[in-house]
Design a protein around this ligand. Structure first.
Ligand code: SF4
Length: 427
């Protein structure tokens, strides 16, 4: 269930139908102002809506005043064990503080922090981690770790409600992807407050991104989750932001920057597509518009499934072709495909997003495509299409209406997200 309540961290709405906010955490020593602010600017440029800084010492809370003032995005202070630092972080102007009420020094100290947050109108993120559940839940944790996590979170929520404080979001983190999914599904049913999602200590850029994509992607596709943080073992916080965006873009929850589509390649490939795709992906980072660019390993299928892409390339051993909106644009030597592709993209923007087509070159490209297409080749794409057709026929027969396309159980609209209606796109 989508969260009903909405809070604001600085100017960023969280929950209540707002776009899923992307956040990350600085990896620098917070007191190192120059390094911390430089990293905040990099993550903001990469698309972070919010940034969190660890505040474990007095000197960090001192630096926080300047960081809050100079950061281009709202700053969340991350505090553990020390309620005095939490109070000081609130005074320093943090746009939100993250605390674990279970380790801040008892109910009176929690009440003191909550009273100050209430007075300043500052939201709090309360969170539980699977590794630090309260002692009275240890037996439950052993028997049912998901229920233990949810119980700990609900107890914190009830504590906040007893203090008549509702300006908060909740996180429940586990290193286990199945437990992250199960516990957040349960909690989303039980409370109306916004949820912060993350898989804690997810791992390296490779494994951590995958775990996060599976865990967070599953929840987000169900409409659960209002802000996400991808935890990766890297000092480059902007990498976390890029992964978060890829997850949101894949689910069509938000749009940002170009989308690259590329075939998986097979034995028909005749050029170094690995290098070409990597180069295209890198150069696309300089563009902000959400154009779709496709790279096909061969022209055997024609433009096929890449027909809807704004721009694309397909190559063979010596020659390749650039296409746009499903039509051939020009034929170029394979070694020049990437440069020529970006020339075309730049012409398109320079002409006010209008395709500039040279008819003679387009005809030459169409001729090359006709020579390289092979309608009889059993490519992965055609096999998939044949399998889909066969499955459709089988379903039709099972439903007793031969040849008639059965109604799918779920109508998917590719153009919108599965949780459309609840989300909207933030520019
Ligand atoms: S047949 Fe399909 S998968 Fe194989 S190289 Fe060509 S486009 Fe790529």
């Amino acid at each position: 269930m989508a969260s009903k309540n909405q809070i604001h961290v600085g100017n960023v709405p969280i929950g209540g139908g707002a776009p899923v906010a992307v956040q990350t955490m600085t990896k620098t020593e917070t007191a190192d102002l120059e390094a911390t602010l430089a990293q905040i600017r990099r993550v903001a440029e990469a698309g972070a809506d919010l940034v969190r800084c660890a505040v474990p010492r007095e000197k960090d809370v001192e630096a926080l005043k300047t960081i809050v003032r100079e950061s281009p995005i709202p700053v969340i202070a991350d505090i553990h064990f020390n309620h005095t630092l939490a109070l000081k972080a609130l005074d320093a102007g943090a746009h939100c503080i993250r605390i674990n009420p279970g380790n801040i020094g008892g109910p009176e100290k929690v009440a003191e922090v909550v009273a100050k947050a209430h007075q300043l109108g500052t939201p709090i993120r309360i969170g539980v981690n699977s590794g630090s559940l309260p002692a009275h839940l240890r037996d439950l944790e052993y028997a049912n770790p998901v229920e233990a996590l949810v119980t700990a979170a609900v107890e914190m929520v009830e504590l906040m409600e007893r203090l008549e404080f509702t300006n908060f979001k909740v996180s429940m983190k586990s290193t286990s992807v199945p437990n992250t999914i199960a516990s957040n599904r349960l909690l989303a049913d039980r409370i109306p407050y916004p949820l912060h999602l993350g898989v804690t200590e997810a791992g390296t850029k490779w494994s951590g991104s995958l775990k996060s994509a599976v865990g967070l992607g599953t929840l987000l596709a169900d409409g659960i989750g209002d802000t996400i943080r991808i935890s990766l073992s890297t000092f480059q916080a902007e990498e976390e932001v890029k992964v978060a965006w890829e997850i949101l873009k894949a689910l069509r929850l938000r749009r940002r920057g170009p989308e690259l589509i590329a075939c998986p390649t097979c034995g028909r490939l005749q050029f170094d597509m690995d290098t070409v795709v990597a180069e295209v992906e890198k150069r696309l980072e300089a563009y902000e518009d959400p154009i779709q660019v496709s790279v096909l390993g061969c022209a055997v299928n024609g433009i096929g499934e890449a027909r809807h892409a704004d721009f694309g390339i397909t190559g063979a051993k010596d020659m390749g072709m650039i296409y746009a909106k499903g039509e051939p644009l020009k034929k170029v030597p394979t070694g020049e495909l990437v440069d020529e592709l970006f020339k075309e993209i730049d012409h398109y923007y320079a002409a006010g997003k209008t395709l500039v087509r040279d008819d003679a070159r387009a005809a030459e490209a169409a001729q090359w495509l006709a020579e390289n297409e092979d309608a009889t080749a059993m490519t992965p794409e055609r096999l998939a299409a044949l399998e889909a057709e066969a499955a459709e026929r089988e379903n039709g027969a099972e439903n007793g209406v031969e040849g008639q396309k059965p109604e799918p159980a779920v109508q998917l609209d590719e153009a919108v997200s599965p949780v459309a209606g609840r989300r909207f796109t933030r520019a």
